[in-house]
Design a protein around this ligand. Structure first.
Ligand code: IMP
Length: 431
């Protein structure tokens, strides 16, 4: 049996919740390895809706171990709020079920202040962040002034580190004409939550090593999508972590060969929240149709998602870069009822045909999509549980996507219901 890493292959919101839930029911351990509470995964189990942001999806199931890896940024207050909400829904959360890495970076209130301030400073060209403090917390991490979970064990070291951190941030706040934030104040706030956070803290890389040796199945749960990856996405309109499957290993503390099967969650059309280039965007009634039918509103911020045609060149690129073995194609039923469907197969850039997204910000903004047109299908794909139930044109659409992106469809999801899924290959069996 292989472990499985689930990552988004577009700009996030590909419908990971349902797939991750299906996979986590079969895994022993679920580990989050990047991002923070900017993510939003919705699970529907026995008709009950659970909204998760920071907690791994395994948390809603009794016998699963949930881990928050070192690659995640943890806001203690947001975490407690989420735990409280889930407990209200009858979910049991104990230190036996949830372990947070001692080397995960903390998001502090100052990071949210900075996130909002930097967005305002960008004026008419903001990134459109979730304002959760994700970017500033990761910035502190790589600048080596971050506060980590283990620092809560040592109040003196914590105070020193906060003094150092606030020296930097207060200079910036002063430059922006904003109020200073006191390190002592931050220390007091952290000490209020320290004991509770520490009761869930552990050495995640060792927990994972033991799980691996005991032959347990591990599911690496990615958030966001490859086009938001800080290295490979549409920079600077990205988040501040790596969604790349290799980060499942670095963000949790395992060797790269432990990652196993890489499943790319892929929506049958394209969406994006926030600013940035989006070549196949539809600023018309078809885009509106997709948004309404697909309920395309952000789980975290409630913002309307931008919608467009499936971009096969984009997905081919993320499949190639991140080594995706197969995709889970979601929300094909949203395309039901369209007379014709377009698929972006490449771009024109300054009059030249190219088949990939170049790295330059200006180049990305100038990409003109090149489309292939396919016919829509009569009837519906909604709720189909076998290939035989799909209209012939829908099968053609799926097959064409496979050809264009260079990866097989491992799983096809035809409604939000768990059982409305067509499984072609069990990812836990491996490649
Ligand atoms: P940040 O992660 O809050 O810094 O936001 C940076 C960019 O990533 C913005 O465009 C957000 O809309 C986007 N983003 C962050 N998290 C998600 C997510 O879970 N799904 C989709 N987009 C996201």
């Amino acid at each position: 049996m292989a472990n499985v890493a689930v990552i988004g292959s577009q700009w996030g919101d590909e419908g990971k919740g349902k797939i991750v839930d299906w996979l986590s029911s079969r895994a022993d351990v679920v580990v989050r390895f990047q991002g923070g509470h900017n993510a939003g995964h919705t699970l529907v189990i026995d008709g009950k809706v659970y909204k998760l942001s920071l907690l791994p999806s395994g948390i809603v199931r009794r016998s699963k171990l949930s881990l928050i890896g070192n690659g995640v940024v943890v806001d203690p207050w947001a975490l407690f709020e989420e735990m409280e909400r889930l407990r209200g829904q009858g979910v049991e959360i104990t230190p036996e079920k949830l372990v947070i890495s001692e080397s995960a970076t903390l998001i502090l209130p100052i990071h949210q202040i900075l996130d909002a301030a930097m967005e305002t400073a960008r004026g008419s060209d903001p990134i459109g962040t979730t304002k959760r403090g994700i970017g500033p917390a990761y910035e502190d991490k790589v600048a080596r002034r971050g506060i980590r979970v283990c620092d809560l064990r040592d109040p003196d070291v914590l105070m020193e580190k906060l003094d150092n951190m606030m020296l930097h941030h207060n200079a910036l706040l002063k430059g922006l004409g904003m109020e200073q934030v006191s390190a002592a104040d931050m220390h007091g706030k952290l000490m209020e939550v320290a004991a509770e956070i520490l009761s869930y803290t552990g050495v995640v890389w060792r927990v994972l090593d033991e799980a691996r040796k005991a032959g347990k199945k591990i599911l690496f749960e990615g958030a966001q999508g490859m086009m938001l990856d800080v290295d490979h996405g549409t920079y600077p309109f990205v988040t501040s972590s790596n969604m790349h499957a290799a980060h499942a290993a670095t963000g949790s503390g395992m060797g790269p060969d432990a990652v196993g099967y890489i499943l790319g969650i892929t929506k049958a059309y394209t969406t994006r929240v926030g600013s940035g280039p989006f070549p196949s965007e539809l600023d018309n009634e078809i885009g509106q149709f997709l948004g309404e039918k697909g309920h395309e509103f952000g789980t975290v911020t409630g913002r309307k998602r931008r919608c467009g045609w499936f971009d096969a060149a984009l997905v081919r690129q993320t499949v190639t870069i991140s080594g995706i073995h197969g995709i889970a194609l979601t929300k094909i039923d949203v395309l039901d009822g369209l007379e014709e469907i377009k698929v972006c197969v490449g771009y024109e850039l300054d009059g030249e045909r190219i088949d990939y997204i170049p790295a330059g910000q200006g180049e990305q903004a100038r990409l003109v999509p090149v489309y292939e047109t396919m016919s829509g299908w009569p009837g519906t794909t909604y709720g189909a549980r076998s290939w035989a139930e799909l209209p012939a044109e829908a099968v053609k659409y799926v097959k064409r996507i496979e050809e264009l992106i260079g990866a097989p469809v491992t799983l096809l999801s035809t409604s939000p219901e768990r059982d409305d899924t067509i499984l072609m290959h069990d990812p836990f069996v491996g490649k």
